[in-house]
Design a binder for this molecule. Structure first.
Ligand code: MN
Length: 243
């Protein structure tokens, strides 16, 4: 039997607000990531946050590809900035963990898909910078934190012609949008693959052969209703090298 590729999804922490154990810490991912991977033909696995670099590398060696999932803002100290007034909540323990996974995945030439926080994490990890809030970007006029359901397409995204993303998506798509930050300076070795009409960066991809892509919107939340969004996950899986 031909084994399907194992897709590791980076985990998050959630703190119980009430119930039996207030303040109790749990490891989790949003179920839509799991569903999208399964629908695209991969075997979904959650990779829980650990505070041990060697263990994180072992976790990465046990999966075929990595999805960096959404969540807290990236610590601005990583890209050389002090926190500004409108920075959201950060979780430095997770930044450290995600960077261990990302660097190991790149070293092992395993495909990586960063979603929402994931695109920002990839950019910061490779030397790029982030607008800590969209209000700090004077060109931004589009509403990027929509107040409609997660699967609703809220804004237009223009895909850069000739990009890898353009081989999966048509040159203009509509996507959901749930971010209050955006990429500022793009990391060296990466190119912009998509923008909204106000110039906000919505996707980047690594130059060269290995598939490392960051997406600012949430394709996993649209995948059950949009075959085009599901294609992003299929492409990730397609790029798993058969050893
Ligand atoms: Mn957006």
């Amino acid at each position: 039997m031909n084994k399907k590729p194992i897709i590791g999804i980076s985990g998050n922490f959630i703190m119980d607000k009430g119930g039996m154990f207030p303040g109790y810490k749990r490891a989790y991912v949003n179920d839509d990531y799991v569903k999208a991977v399964a629908m695209a033909g991969g075997i979904p696995y959650i990779i829980p946050i650990v505070n041990d670099e060697d263990l994180a590398k072992e976790q990465m060696s046990n999966v075929d590809a990595l999805i960096l999932s959404g969540g807290y803002d990236v610590n601005p100290l990583i890209y050389g900035e002090e926190p500004k007034q409108k920075l959201g909540a950060i979780l430095p323990e997770r930044d450290k963990f995600d960077i261990w996974l990302l660097k190991e995945a790149c070293k092992m030439n395993k495909p990586v898909l960063g979603i929402c926080r994931g695109i920002q994490l990839i950019n910061a990890a490779f030397g790029g910078t982030i607008n800590q809030d969209l209000s700090y970007d004077e060109n931004c006029y589009i509403k990027h934190f929509q107040e409609t359901s997660p699967s609703t397409a809220g804004h237009t995204v223009e895909i850069v012609e000739g990009s890898r993303l353009n081989s999966i998506l048509s040159s203009k798509v509509t996507t959901n949008s749930f971010h209050h930050q955006s990429l500022n300076r793009v990391a060296e070795g990466f190119k912009i693959a998509a923008r909204t009409k106000d110039g906000t960066i919505e996707a980047i991809e690594k130059e060269g052969e290995n598939f490392v892509m960051g997406i600012q919107w949430h394709p996993e939340m649209m995948s059950s209703s949009s075959p085009e969004m599901l294609n992003i996950f299929k492409e990730l899986i397609k790029n798993v090298k058969k050893v």
